[in-house]
Design a protein around this ligand. Structure first.
Ligand code: PMP
Length: 368
């Protein structure tokens, strides 16, 4: 079996699987209970928070543990904007649906949303951002690394631009950047950063929203006071511990894994360039993601053809892959419907090998 869909999700690290079992045995008590066992669970969660902040070099922030990054993005955007009835927002045409669809909803209830275009490298146009931003802009949402084409967005420059707009908050979807690409910006300069554990060899069922202390975030769910009421309900100490472990283990390995995966991607690109029918949409700065198209063959057909050879890739974001609509990031990049419907996303990991890459190229060559 050759798994090349690590952007959709990663297998859990075996050390983390073992940690999960141990934490479930030892910290099963409800962290909201006032008894000693409950307080031990609560203490474990606060230690995990500290560990995450120390690993990422973040000070004066809080974190709300969510069920995934989709929920974290929703809490950040809807929660922050619940302080307002209308206002101006800037985002991009290539955000993940868990950001993009939230803004589509907000447009319908009175907010004005501008969607930034991308250039031929998949990066937002900073000039357009400068033109659109104004003193009334409430929130700017720009992803760190795009999940379809692997473009790394210029967050550092965005932070500079936003300095002149102190009222405007910055939300960054960090899901495909964390532990994969070395950040060239300071996490402490971002207001909201969202993460997902299952993209970094942690478990599914947990994500996080890291936010600057003192920011007012309204509730979008109602229930107990757990997690300041932002994500009410009983917490799973095992999941929190595992997300913390994944960050502590993989964040320091970012550069090493990047170099290795880059060498694999170089080999992949070299192989793909020899295949006449394959169009490489972009070689973005994240070597983990390579988006290709084989015009006139539907992406899904290619996925299934490869699957017969036990090679697993995807048609793009798993959230929109069943819709068979032209993929919006490829449309924004190429404005070519044929490329955007015949997309396949190949995603690598430090676990991938040269023979995985060679087998994929060989299989693609044989697809009729
Ligand atoms: N943002 C990006 C950039 C993603 O790639 C994903 C996962 N497809 C998400 C958000 C949503 O993450 P989750 O699966 O944890 O909800």
């Amino acid at each position: 079996m050759i798994y090349l869909d690590y952007t959709a999700t990663t297998p859990m690290d075996s050390e983390i699987i073992e940690l999960y079992a141990r934490l479930q045995r030892e910290f099963f008590a409800n962290s909201s209970s006032l008894n000693k066992l409950g307080q031990r669970s609560d203490y474990m969660i606060s230690r995990c928070k500290e560990d995450i902040f120390n690993t990422l070099g973040i000070k004066n922030y809080d974190i709300v543990f969510t069920s995934n990054a989709t929920e974290a993005n929703n809490i950040a955007i809807l929660g922050y904007l619940s302080n307002y009835k209308s206002g101006h927002i800037i985002t991009t045409k290539i955000e993940h649906p868990s950001v993009f669809e939230v803004y589509k909803h907000l447009e319908g209830v009175g907010f004005k949303v501008d969607y930034l275009d991308i250039d031929e490298n998949g990066k937002i146009k900073l000039g357009e951002l400068k033109k659109l931003i104004n003193k009334e802009t409430l929130l700017v949402s720009i992803m760190w690394v795009n999940n379809i084409i692997g473009a790394v967005e210029p967050i550092k420059d965005v932070i500079e631009i936003l300095k002149d707009y102190p009222k405007c908050r910055l939300h960054v979807d960090g899901v495909q950047g964390l532990c994969k690409v070395e950040p060239n910006f300071d996490f402490n300069k971002i207001d909201f950063l969202t993460l997902s554990a299952h993209k970094i060899y942690g478990p599914k069922g947990i994500g996080g929203l890291i936010y600057k202390k003192n920011l007012e975030i309204g509730k979008i769910m109602y229930g107990s006071n757990a997690q300041k009421g932002l994500k009410p309900g009983t917490m799973d100490v095992g999941l929190v511990g595992c997300m913390c472990k994944a960050i502590k283990k993989y964040y320091p390995l970012t550069e090493k894994h990047y170099e290795y995966v880059k060498s694999l991607q170089d080999r992949l690109i070299e192989g793909l360039k020899k295949l006449d029918r394959v169009h490489i949409n972009l070689v973005g700065e994240s070597p983990y993601i390579t988006a290709i198209s084989i015009p006139n063959i539907n992406g899904e057909t290619i996925v299934h053809a490869l699957e017969e050879r036990e090679i697993y890739v995807s048609t793009g974001s798993s959230c929109s892959s069943k819709l068979k609509k032209p993929e919006k990031t490829i449309m924004a990049l190429t404005n070519n419907e044929s490329l955007a419907t015949s997309l396949i996303r190949i995603s690598l990991s430090h676990l991938s090998t040269v023979s995985d890459v060679d087998a994929l190229v060989c299989a693609l060559e044989k697809i009729k």
